[in-house]
Design a protein around this ligand. Structure first.
Ligand SMILES: Cc1cc2nc3c(=O)[nH]c(=O)nc-3n(C[C@H](O)[C@H](O)[C@H](O)COP(=O)(O)OP(=O)(O)OC[C@H]3O[C@@H](n4cnc5c(N)ncnc54)[C@H](O)[C@@H]3O)c2cc1C
Length: 460
């Protein structure tokens, strides 16, 4: 264990693979991969333990006609600077593609394009003055710097006050409800401020939305990180479930996994907090574990359809109709060409929900049967024969629920176990979770653990 170990940090960087401390990272999502990339470059021995067959976590992929596609729709904003810095550093900048995207809203049985300020001016469900008010709000939000003032205000209160009742009811309320369900009215204005700021800022000079993607999908970037980790001597073990921490003298000395024991000098945990709470519970006081459980998460279900034709011209369709069970219809192949997937058009139907809700429990066949009548209501020409194949992906911990004064709920990186560190998407704040921030936090925790190790050594 690190505290009493004879490993000398000043030596391992010269003679690294023999005597460097061994850092174990639980989880091979983008946080874990970036932390491993950072630490292997600094000369540490690193092992990632990932329970799934492949790395990528929530940004993980599956095969469509031999090509990798994200299980849950993914893109970047043009202002996602940590991604852009990483791809530059990895020398793969040319793999990032930027494209204008068509966004829209389904409201009151009609489709409205909402990609540019001009579209907003034509958005009939709002009175003209309210369209202008909404446009001004989006511009104003981008200039707000002091988000702390919003911490104790509910998004509902804030949006109704600043945008007015009609804008709230037509535009924002359905989105809040679609995303957070029964928690909609408890969501903090900070979450909304950040979402509007990010999305509103990802635009070209004509004000049209621009988004970014990676050739070969997010899986190709994960693969690139994997290769770098590999070259630097790191190890990635997939299909390995972390079951238990082996703790001595308040230090984690090893990790018990489904594939045996792995010794550790320090551990970084990246899964959702309830998973970390379960692992820590036998070793720390109950009060601390309860604190970890304070942040709640929503689950997500994505029904992915591979169609033999396109559903619409829109990439991102917000469903502002409470009678439709999905919050968004995302036609990925209106962003990345269908040619890549052998001519198949990819549609995601996304729903955030509680894991106890009916849809989360359903099989893929049941989920499809349930969804088709709604799809037909929306796209009357849609026919079941268009479906070439389909998939259902579920994530239990997909979105932390950002309540008022969320900053007070976020756990520290350090824990009561001296060499056990927490770095998860629920700690990303005031921004919301996303691979851009997973990369920022992965780097940060890498540097933090490096410093902690140096400090401990100096203390010896
Ligand atoms: C529907 C949806 C859409 C999204 N869209 C976007 C988008 O467009 N752009 C974007 O940038 N981000 C998007 N995100 C968010 C993004 O996917 C996440 O923020 C990011 O992938 C989180 O990475 P992470 O490594 O922190 O966590 P995770 O990806 O959750 O990684 C944690 C890892 O820990 C593993 N694990 C858990 N328990 C154990 C155990 N006991 N033993 C071993 N391993 C374990 C998990 O399998 C997982 O791989 C989206 C997310 C969802 C759900």
């Amino acid at each position: 264990m690190l505290k009493n170990s004879s490993i000398d940090h000043h030596h391992f960087s010269k003679n690294r693979n023999k005597i460097a401390p061994h850092i174990v990272i639980i989880g091979g999502g983008f946080t874990g991969l970036t932390a491993a990339y950072q630490l292997t470059r600094q000369g540490y021995r690193v092992t990632i333990l990932e329970k799934e067959e492949e790395v990528g976590g929530l940004a993980g992929s599956f095969n469509v006609n031999g090509e990798k596609l994200e299980k849950f729709y993914h893109h970047w904003f043009t202002n996602d600077k940590y991604i852009m810095e990483l791809v530059k550093e990895l020398n793969v900048e040319d793999q990032v593609t930027y494209r204008p995207t068509r966004t829209g809203v389904y409201y009151s049985k009609n489709f409205f394009k909402l990609s540019s300020p001009f579209d907003l001016l034509n958005f009939k469900p709002l009175h003209l003055l309210n369209r202008i008010r909404l446009g001004l709000f989006v511009l104003w939000v981008r200039r707000i710097k002091n988000w702390k003032k919003l911490e104790s205000i509910y998004a509902k209160e804030w949006l109704s006050k600043v945008c007015g009742r009609q804008v709230y009811q037509v535009v924002w309320e359905p989105l809040l409800r679609g995303k957070f369900g029964i928690f909609a009215e408890s969501i903090s204005a900070v979450w909304f401020w950040n979402k509007v700021k990010l999305r509103g800022g990802s635009r070209n000079k004509n004000g049209e939305e621009m988004l970014a993607y990676y050739r070969g999908g997010f899986a190709a970037l994960a693969e690139c990180l994997k290769t770098k980790i590999d070259i630097s001597g790191g190890e990635i073990k997939t299909n390995v479930i972390v079951k238990e921490l082996i703790v001595e003298d308040n230090h984690v000395i090893a990790i018990e996994t489904s594939q045996g024991r792995v010794n550790a000098d320090a551990v970084i945990a990246t899964p959702a907090l309830p998973i970390i709470a379960d692992l820590m519970a036998p070793h720390v006081n109950a009060e601390y574990v309860e604190r970890l459980r304070q942040i709640k998460y929503l689950a997500n279900v994505c029904l992915v359809l591979e169609l033999n034709r396109s559903l619409s011209k829109t990439y991102w369709l917000n469903v502002n109709d409470p009678n439709f069970p999905f919050v968004g219809v995302i036609e990925h192949t209106n962003f990345e060409s269908e040619k890549i997937y052998g001519g198949r058009h990819i549609i995601y139907l996304s729903k955030y929900l509680l894991e106890t809700e009916d849809l989360y429990q359903r099989s893929k066949e049941e989920a499809l049967d349930y969804s088709i009548p709604y799809l037909i209501k929306m796209f009357p020409e849609f026919n079941r024969d268009w479906i070439v194949d389909y998939h259902l992906w579920k994530a239990r911990y997909s979105q932390p629920i950002v309540l008022n004064n969320y900053s007070q709920l976020i756990p520290e990186t350090t824990t009561p176990l001296n060499n056990f560190y927490i770095c998860t998407m629920s700690q990303i704040y005031p921004e919301d979770r996303g691979t851009n921030y997973a990369i920022r936090e992965g780097r940060k925790i890498g540097n933090f653990v490096d410093n902690q190790i140096k400090l401990t050594k100096l203390g010896n």
